[in-house]
Design a protein around this ligand. Structure first.
Ligand SMILES: NCC(=O)CCC(=O)O
Ligand SMILES: [Zn+2]
Ligand SMILES: [Zn+2]
Length: 330
């Protein structure tokens, strides 16, 4: 006789009963779409290593986003891509230029789409001549205090321009406290969300993004300030620290190869929303594999998304967002 407790198939024989096995289902509200915004207003340039994604100037944003918003897009994360020859300097002065791409885009998007939730990535690497995420000493190492001061200034200026959320990705020690304090000082801490890229790992997954944003470091790499991929314990410490410094949301990045870290983040703070960034290399890899006939792109993207949600994320930054908006309607 079959042991009663060994019979599981009945629970997922039917497509509907299969959906009931999930603890969390993707909705449009969970998706955040990354946008690369240049300082040349009419530009719309495909990024060769990042399929279907473009760098866009201000004049191209509203026409591009209108159909996505009509399909239910709720949130974007902005990355500035200054192309002007004099845009980069050692301190990243153009990051919060009043007429620069990020601040101009915040104002434009708020006006055009009042319901859209606008997140700003906060970092200096797109704006520094050396391409590192902070301010450097003479010997090329990061000067943490000066970097936090500058990064906090940039975050506060994005908040003043109207960003709903600032998301520092630089990984300097103490930046969450610096930004939160800055937001309190200007009276914006009650309405601007602080999302910490607390668990951001160094590695090979950011290549296409660096092409998109023109932010490859001119020398060295980011290993001394982003987490080593083996550092599960350090990630937990960074999450705990950033929560103590005032982070409202914890982000894990990359996503698909770091599901244990997403799950740890959920365990460290069950009451904090967890975001995962399915990064450029993860996205490009799925496209390349699908093109090579390894699998169907949609099925792969859906399975990866399911894994990210199963691990505990409820916010997912994804280059697949336009596709998911369609797929969720089917
Ligand atoms: N701060 C954003 C990144 O560092 C990279 C994201 C990606 O590779 O998509
Ligand atoms: Zn950076
Ligand atoms: Zn070092």
């Amino acid at each position: 006789m079959t042991d009663i407790s060994s019979i599981l198939h009945g629970g997922y024989h039917h497509p509907l009963s299969r959906t009931w096995q999930a603890s969390c289902h993707l909705t449009k509200s969970m998706l955040v779409y990354p946008l690369f915004i240049t300082d040349s207003p009419d530009e719309e340039t495909p990024i060769s290593s990042l399929p279907n994604q473009c760098r866009r100037g201000l004049n191209k944003l509203v026409p591009f986003l209108t159909p996505l918003i009509n399909k239910g897009l709720k949130s974007v994360i902005l990355f500035g891509v200054p192309l002007a020859p004099d845009a980069k300097d050692p301190t990243g002065k153009s990051a919060d230029d009043e007429s620069g791409p990020v601040i101009a885009a915040i104002k434009l998007l708020k006006e055009a789409f009042p319901e859209l939730f606008i997140i700003c990535d906060v970092c200096l690497c797109e704006y520094t001549s050396h391409g590192h995420c902070g301010i450097l000493r003479e010997d090329g190492t990061l000067e943490n205090a000066a970097s936090v001061k500058r990064i906090s200034e940039v975050a506060v200026n994005y908040a003043k321009a109207g960003a709903h959320c600032v998301a520092p990705s630089d990984m300097m020690d103490g930046r969450i406290k610096g930004i939160k304090t800055g937001l309190i000082e200007v009276g914006l801490a009650h309405k601007v969300l602080l999302m910490s890229y607390a668990a951001k790992f160094a590695g090979c997954w950011y290549g296409p993004f660096r092409e998109a944003a023109g932010s490859a470091p001119a020398f060295g790499d980011r290993r001394c300030y982003q987490l080593p991929p083996n550092a599960r314990g350090l990630a937990r410490r960074a999450i705990t620290r950033d929560l103590a410094e005032g982070a409202d949301i914890i982000m894990v990045k990359p996503a698909a190869n770091f599901l244990d870290i997403i799950s740890d983040a959920k365990q460290v703070s069950p009451d904090t929303p967890i975001a995962a960034y399915h990064v450029s290399g993860e996205y490009a890899m799925l496209h390349a594999a699908a093109k090579a006939g390894v699998f169907d792109l949609r099925r792969a993207a859906e399975e990866v998304m399911t894994s990210i949600l199963r691990a505990g994320a409820t916010i997912v930054i994804s280059y697949f967002t336009p596709e998911f908006l369609d797929w969720l309607d089917e």
